[in-house]
Design a protein around this ligand. Sequence first.
Ligand code: NI
Length: 388
Amino acid sequence: MPVKNRLAEMHGEITKWRRHLHMHPELMYDVEETAGFVVDRLKEFGVDEITPGIGKTGVVAVIRGRKDTRGRVIGLRADMDALPIEEATGLDYASTVSGKMHACGHDGHTSMLLGAAQYLAETRNFDGTVVLIFQPAEEGGAGGLAMCQDGLMERWGIQEVYGMHNMPGLPVGEFAIRPGALLASSDEFEIVVTGKGGHAAAPHEAVDTTLVASHIVVALQSVVSRTVDPIKRVVLTVGTFETDSAASNVIAHTVRLQGTVRTLDPEYRKIAEERVRRIAEDTASAFGATAEMTWTPGYPVTMNSEAETTYAAEAAAAVAGKVNDSADPIMPSEDFAYMLEERPGAYIFIGNGDTAMCHHPEYNFDDDTIPAGCSWFAELVERRLPVA
Ligand code: NI
């Protein structure tokens, strides 16, 4: 595999960084130690600018090429946060923090971007500027959005942006990508149904909220099956159903439902919101109850732009020899989507081999993927910002 020789030499050192981060996981925006580690390494590499505290605890750094004749700027992004999971790998470098674990490989992503940064700062074999983006709170905290709201794209003049995620099940060193929607949007809803509580033996004097909410759950399943074009991808799940009755002989007064809608098609986010609200309110009304629906928008669809997907795939093919450039999209979501809403760019999967799936207590990032991952970032920069 034609990884860059310098990055192959650095494999052992980058693996040490990765394992250090793995032992010291931090959650959400509380990634001070991780961000500090990133800043220390970047200082050692002699990058041109380092700005911590973007998006609360994100780090932005700049490496200028040996030339800057065209004013080109590209952003490379890694995520730094871990998950509230008790690690069960039994590794000698397992998490030292009870209840926290790098179970999504963000330790690997951060280390690979650091490796690429060291290489780029040493070689500077590009014409333009590279902006390194280390973000907090990918796992549900919208750290990518927070960095964008702090002016990430405008302040650093980023013109296109790229990110990478490891993928269990894809062989180590291989890449997969597609233009268009790669990961789903993820919105949440809550429905509070209010009827009239009462005695189980006197339903005629009550409005049975459990029955009403059950009809709502069933009717919600028609949102996807009867509203969505069958060739589009939308999934709706009701995940919780809580009544305020604690006894078999009590009719509940209120029921709270919580669910999620995921789609690869942004237009269906709005349609789903309207349909869920209408079904909840009107079904409740038909039974003499009321329903209040709250919609909480989450991460957008991760939408790879056409040209940048091609550039990302070409760099991957140069590193790995081949690339799957028509990968199937998947329904988890990813907050790199916010960066792709602001700038053209692409998100690529890199193989993590035959490991447990992300977010599993036995998951582990495969360090053998490091040379290919670092080389992809570096190759992409040298291809997009060639020195004439
Ligand atoms: Ni992840």
